[in-house]
Design a protein around this ligand. Structure first.
Ligand code: NAP
Length: 494
């Protein structure tokens, strides 16, 4: 029986939309995009907290084939990313393929029919020749298991469920977490609340953000002469690539660059915080890059305000009206903000149950063996399946680099399928093993294994102690391989 769809894509964020654009271009236009949220945009739909903005320059943090000359700032605010996602969906006619409020439970490869059966809560299962999961890396919010948290009588708000109707003015608030989200949110919260206590478990490296409003003139030039925006993108991408490759991936060879980044962050702190004690508390004790660094011009300064307090004692419990730290002190609060991030390794790889040939369960297999995916997209035993948010797939610092190299991989793979009249692909065990070995060897020089990361509590590391998210190669290498990987890496019509 012919499947209902050419492909089912799980996720209507930038990854899922990129895959859909690519499949349509390849003539596979009978698509269904299933999205658990009530609208498109992925992370840029879900995250709406005050201060949300990109921290990769917008000329780079966007599709290269769909430049937007009108970003209002060098680092655009989150609302503009959401509008950009809507623009892309309209321009590439993607909305009609999308089904919102559709929580995918799982997908199963049907060996006899040679297609995927995808189950969605409260809906009839659907069938598709191909399955692509574009469920993001940071999409399963983490609510901390702190004793007494459920007894808190005030307002609790996680940063992924921001509610603008919650009154902040005059409140006694606390925020738990000091990751990239908190770094953006804390200065904004401090503008409104009467008291703010920041609970920090692990300090974070923060660099200055060289941000400015895009002059109207520049926008006009970008619009009239697209080559100028391309050049700006190339320049920004080169800087990012330099930082990533030298400070993070080649830490062993270029430790001085990593140390330079730490010095820059410390200097930034010194300029904003006179108190040596406070600076010491805010200074990480792990190497730059173990954890994703952040950028802000207002984070450090916020701690010098009289109504803002940094708390570095660990949280013992939460009571209905406050937080008690391990030293027995209680801070009374009425509003609790959880900037506690996401759970990647227990629930996100993969985000849904995926059963391949002979019922192999992808999540179990990854956990029992090692997290792995050939070129960050394909797994043996899982035919006609591309996992777009997977181990070793995140290439470079802009997520769009990952998306576009995966689109390129799809062009080569599906082009070969068309040329050979095939309708089933599966990556070989040998190609997968070679890729995993190579990535493991490459990581040997990185800050993750050569640096001091033990105290960083970084989500880059999984439960096996492996830093298995980032692809440890240059983005140039990722793009080159996406267009040139050996075609024998895949068995067709096996
Ligand atoms: P995160 O980096 O995982 O930070 C979570 C914070 O919550 C950490 O400080 C963590 O402390 C703390 N935390 C978690 N559970 C805790 C507990 N039980 N007790 C005390 N503290 C606890 O999450 P995030 O800040 O949401 O950022 C996630 C990622 O999203 C970033 O790394 C970045 O990739 C992306 N992001 C990007 C932007 C942007 O501008 N483009 C903005 C925001 C986020 P520990 O470190 O001790 O675990």
């Amino acid at each position: 029986m012919a499947p209902q769809y050419d492909a089912v894509i799980v996720g209507a964020g930038f990854g899922g939309m990129g895959a859909a654009i690519q499949l349509k271009e390849l003539g596979l236009g009978n698509l269904l995009i299933l999205e658990r949220e009530d609208d498109l945009g992925g992370t840029w739909h879900v995250n709406r907290y005050p201060g949300l903005a990109v921290d990769i320059a917008s000329v780079t943090y966007s599709y290269s084939f769909e430049p937007n000359p009108y970003w209002s700032r060098l680092f655009a605010p989150g609302t503009e990313l959401k509008s950009y996602a809507e623009h892309v969906a309209d321009k590439y006619d993607l909305r009609r393929h999308m089904r919102f409020d559709s929580v995918v439970q799982g997908a199963r490869w049907d060996e006899e029919e040679r297609h995927w059966v995808v189950s969605t809560e409260g809906q009839e299962p659907v069938t598709a020749r191909y399955l692509m999961t574009a469920t993001g890396f940071l999409s399963q919010p983490q609510v901390p298991k702190i004793a007494g948290i459920d007894s808190f009588a005030g307002t609790v708000i996680h940063t992924t469920a921001w509610d603008d109707s919650v009154e902040l003015n005059g409140k006694k608030a606390a925020i738990i977490g000091t990751g990239a989200t908190a770094v953006q949110l804390i200065p904004e919260l401090a503008k409104k609340v009467a008291e703010l206590t920041v609970y920090q478990r692990t300090a974070i490296w923060v660099l200055p953000k060289v941000d400015f409003a895009m002059p109207r003139m520049v926008q006009k030039v970008f619009a009239r002469v697209p080559a100028t925006q391309k050049a700006a993108r190339a320049a920004m991408s080169t800087v990012l690539e330099g930082v990533m490759v030298s400070a993070v991936l080649h830490f062993k060879q270029a430790k001085f660059i990593n140390n330079g980044a730490k010095l820059a962050a410390k200097g930034h702190m010194r300029r904003q915080i006179p108190s040596a004690k406070l600076r010491a508390e805010l200074t990480p004790d792990y190497d730059f890059g173990c954890k994703r660094p952040t950028f802000s011009n207002s984070y450090f300064r916020t701690f010098t305000k009289s109504h803002v307090r940094l708390e570095t004692n660990s949280i013992a419990r939460i009571e209905p009206d406050g937080i008690v730290t391990a030293d027995g002190r209680k801070t009374e609060i009425d509003t609790l903000v959880l900037a506690t991030g996401f759970n990647l390794w227990d629930v996100n790889f993969p985000a849904i149950e995926i059963l391949g040939r002979e019922g192999r369960n992808l999540g179990k297999w990854w956990r029992d063996n090692r997290f792995q995916a050939y070129e960050g997209v394909a797994v043996p035993h899982f035919p006609n399946f591309l996992t777009l948010a997977s181990p070793y797939s995140y290439s470079g610092l802009s997520y769009f680099t990952t998306i576009e190299s995966q689109m390129k991989h799809m062009r080569r793979l599906f082009g070969e399928m068309r040329n050979t009249g095939s309708d089933v692909f599966e990556v070989t065990e040998a190609a997968n093993a070679e890729f995993l070995d190579r990535m493991t060897a490459n990581l040997g020089d990185s800050v993750f294994y050569q640096g001091s990361c033990e105290t960083s509590r970084s989500y880059y590391f999984n439960q096996h102690g492996e830093a298995a998210i980032l692809r440890p190669t240059s983005t140039v290498n990722a793009f080159r391989e996406a267009g040139r990987f050996p075609l024998e890496s895949y068995k067709l019509n096996a």
